[in-house]
Design a protein around this ligand. Structure first.
Ligand SMILES: Cc1cc2nc3c(=O)[nH]c(=O)nc-3n(C[C@H](O)[C@H](O)[C@H](O)COP(=O)(O)OP(=O)(O)OC[C@H]3O[C@@H](n4cnc5c(N)ncnc54)[C@H](O)[C@@H]3O)c2cc1C
Length: 425
């Protein structure tokens, strides 16, 4: 194997726009050592005494040597050579800095990716897109068992973005959340995007695809709990405030709903915390990750109960959540006093505050939020799969056997050392 070189040369023809890769001949690399040596050999072979310096036949060769980019002091140098317009013969310039290192490490080996992936949140705001494989892959899928990072402006990458649910940016009255936060989701199309080796983490090793996908899920689901716990606090607060503004906070069914919302919000928070506090550390490595069981249960729990929660909040809010006039009418001198008079709530609460709260509930219980909560970070089925595969059924079965006094010789580390159950009185 050729050491000190990546083994390929990139050929750019500015007249035709063509881009080609060419292998470096090992014998030549050994004979003509260094950037100067290789550049001289190329120019000797490909130009003649008659080549005019400023003609398309002249070549500009950017070349690094075998020690460029290594730990050797002062090795970050590269050369640019060609037929010089000043002399009509060989001309060379040397330069240092980061470019030399980048040139040396710009691997021309890699993979070409074609296809599309939808739903990618905030992609246009990112520097890099991280691409992961699917969970269940077999040997036949190995061409697709890839994981890599790609700059968002890479050649061949197209981002087709979703429309914001709210298009009136800055209209905080009507869309308190939607006008200030826009989750931009895009469909990303890869049109023969070249990914160099140094950006690839998985290249055909299909056996590890599931591990990568599951590990991503652990972190991603925990990240959802952290934002959802805060959102649910706000959600429960909006319902409690609305009940107060409407003067129904003491009604038995409203108190029940507020109690349920409180349990829902607090349980989501606690499960997210449990995933962090009972994190898993991988032996023989520095890797620590969220507890997969708790992270999956927390995501499933809040997503599965979300529609029940929005139902309660919308119920307390009343039909006005759907039919409320817009801020344009509320602040229109012709209609302001009418709306102030007829859309007010309990005495002592201003109509403006009530309307602001109604708009917040409308925003929080929108269909975008519904779908986001259910599907983002994986659908309910995805968490069920993880939870089932992580479940320690042997432990649960051992507990049941102990209680039922089933002695079948199987031992379990948690239960075999415990006294008999139920205890003798
Ligand atoms: C707002 C939002 C943001 C998102 N952001 C990102 C992101 O940044 N990056 C990212 O990678 N993804 C993102 N997602 C994608 C999210 O992970 C998926 O939406 C989710 O995994 C569900 O997949 P799907 O949308 O393809 O639905 P589908 O897979 O089509 O699911 C629809 C229904 O079909 C069922 N189903 C599907 N296949 C089967 C089967 N084989 N057997 C039985 N039932 C099946 C599902 O359980 C579900 O009930 C985002 C989604 C949303 C809504």
């Amino acid at each position: 194997m050729l050491k000190g070189y990546n083994g390929k040369i990139l050929r750019l023809d500015l007249s035709t726009g063509s881009i080609d890769y060419e292998s470096i001949d090992e014998d030549i690399a050994r004979k003509y050592i260094g950037g100067v040596g290789l550049a001289a050999k190329i120019l000797w072979d490909e130009t003649t005494v008659d080549t005019a310096p400023l003609s398309p036949e002249n070549e500009l060769v950017f070349m690094a040597g075998p020690v460029t980019g290594s730990a050797l002091p002062k090795s970050s140098r590269y050369i640019v050579a060609g037929i010089s317009p000043a002399t009509g013969i060989w001309g060379q310039a040397h330069s240092g800095g980061y470019f030399a290192d980048e040139l040396r490490h710009a691997s021309l080996d890699g993979i070409v990716v074609r296809g599309a992936k939808t739903h990618i949140s905030q992609a246009p705001l990112s520097n890099e897109i991280l691409v992961l494989p699917c969970r269940a892959m077999r040997e036949d899928d190995k061409d697709y068992a890839v994981s890599f990072g790609v700059p968002v402006n890479a050649q061949g990458l197209t981002l087709i973005c979703s429309e914001p649910e709210v298009s009136e940016a800055g209209n905080f009255f009507d869309h308190p959340i939607g006008s200030s936060i826009y989750l931009n989701d895009s469909t990303i199309v890869f049109d023969d995007v070249f990914i160099p080796n140094e950006r690839i983490f998985l290249k055909g090793e299909w056996q590890f695809a599931g591990d990568i996908a599951y590990m991503f899920g652990n972190f991603h689901r925990l990240s959802a709990e952290t934002y959802k716990a805060v959102e649910l606090e706000l959600f429960t607060g909006a319902a409690a405030l609305m009940a107060e503004y409407n003067g129904v906070e003491k009604a038995a069914h409203v108190r029940d709903k507020l109690t349920w919302l409180t349990m829902y919000a607090e349980a989501t928070e606690v499960m997210g915390r449990a995933a962090c506090e009972h994190c898993v550390s991988e032996p023989d490595s520095d890797l620590v990750y969220p507890n997969p069981m708790y992270a999956n249960i927390a995501k499933f729990f809040f997503a599965d109960n979300w529609h029940q929660a929005t139902k309660y909040v919308q119920d307390i809010g009343g039909g006005i959540v759907a039919t409320c006039p817009s801020s344009k009418d509320y602040f229109n001198p012709e209609t302001h006093n009418l709306l102030d008079k007829y859309l007010g709530g309990k005495a002592g609460i201003t109509t403006e505050h009530r309307l602001r709260l109604i708009k917040l509930i409308r925003n929080l219980t929108s269909s975008y939020e519904d779908v986001l909560t259910l599907h983002a970070e994986g659908s309910l089925a995805a968490q069920r799969l993880s939870i089932h595969s992580l479940a320690d059924f042997d432990r649960y079965k051992a507990a049941a056997k102990r209680a039922a006094r089933i002695e079948d010789g199987t031992k379990h580390p948690v239960f075999s050392d415990l006294p008999d159950f139920p205890c003798q009185y």
